[in-house]
Design a protein around this ligand. Structure first.
Ligand code: ATP
Ligand code: ZN
Length: 285
């Protein structure tokens, strides 16, 4: 039987979350730190552990069928691959930064200047869109020291919290790209591999939906029942079960993580009591 081959970062910021996502999809495998390849015991998938920069190229060439990389890398490498799924972890942004004490009012201040980056493609597209001309110096690491050694007045680099910039005497002035981990796929997968990919995507959906939703249980007084049901969105409609005590019902439903606190406040105001909120492991519509 055919297997799909997935390329995952060997060791870095994407590795742990990539592997836990696949484990949450019920896929069992071992990944000895020094291994280059591994195979799953219970799903037709095998793993290649690689440097993230190499993953888009390997997927384009068909050495791997799919891969997990930061969207920044997927776009920067400009390979013939498509994004099959956004994965929601390893969120970061590519930003422009200048020396903390530099005068900066707008992007035009960089006109005719020098910018150091490991992302010449994404930066080049951005500058072109904005109609600003600057010289891009491509360097592969430690971009944040470029201003202090006089290589460039500005840098374009990945930021998550901003503390690295701060430690290097820089300030963030523009965000040019927002990134998260993505599942990429090649353009020439066989029908059988596409079918395996569909099964994998189905599982990823169920895991992601589970993470984005909570199971909620609460007690509702009879006279407030309709109002409480109105507040709860739910998958279809909430389950209502009578309590042993007359005049009260237990109401069960599912709510989205992001509307959680707002809904809880409304439920309390409507007279709900004993509210329990429970994580959902997987959710299939
Ligand atoms: P490799 O050795 O595989 O080439 P690397 O050093 O290039 O690794 P990492 O630092 O592990 O790469 O980052 C991998 C990806 O994780 C980045 O391309 C980006 O999408 C994302 N990322 C980078 N920095 C952060 C951060 N501070 N917070 C969250 N995500 C980040
Ligand atoms: Zn890398």
């Amino acid at each position: 039987m055919e297997k799909i081959r997935i390329a995952v970062q060997k060791s870095g910021r994407l590795s742990e979350d990539s592997l836990s996502l696949l484990r949450e999809c019920g896929i069992k495998f071992s990944n000895g730190m020094r291994k280059l390849k591994s195979e799953a015991a219970n799903f037709p998938i095998e793993f290649l552990f690689l440097r993230d920069d190499d993953i888009p190229g390997y997927v384009e060439d068909g050495v791997a069928d799919i891969g997990i990389v930061g969207e920044n890398v997927a776009v920067e490498k400009g390979r013939e691959v498509t994004i099959a799924k956004r994965l929601g972890f390893s969120k970061c942004r590519l930003s422009l930064a200048v020396a903390k004490n530099a005068q900066y009012n707008s992007l035009e201040d960089l006109e005719g200047g020098n910018i150091a980056t490991s992302y010449p493609v994404i930066l080049g597209q951005y500058l072109k869109e904005k109609g600003v001309k600057a010289t891009i110096h491509e360097i592969s690491g430690s971009v944040e020291i470029a201003p202090s050694i006089g290589l460039a007045e500005a840098i374009c680099d990945i930021v998550s919290s901003g503390s690295t910039l701060f430690m290097n005497g820089l300030k963030e002035v523009e965000t040019i790209f927002r990134s998260e981990a993505v599942l990429i796929k090649g353009t020439a997968l066989s029908a059988e591999k596409l079918e395996i990919l569909d099964r994998l995507l189905f599982r990823i959906d169920a895991v992601q939906r589970g993470k984005n939703n909570k199971y909620i249980l609460l007690n509702a007084p009879e006279d407030q029942l309709q109002e409480i049901i109105r507040i709860l969105p739910g998958m279809r409609s909430p389950t209502v079960l009578p309590l042993a005590e007359k005049g009260w019902n237990s109401v069960h439903s599912v709510i989205q993580e992001e509307e959680f606190w707002e809904v809880i406040d409304q439920l309390k105001a409507a007279g709900a009591e004993g509210i329990l909120v429970v994580p959902i492991e997987k959710m299939i519509l």
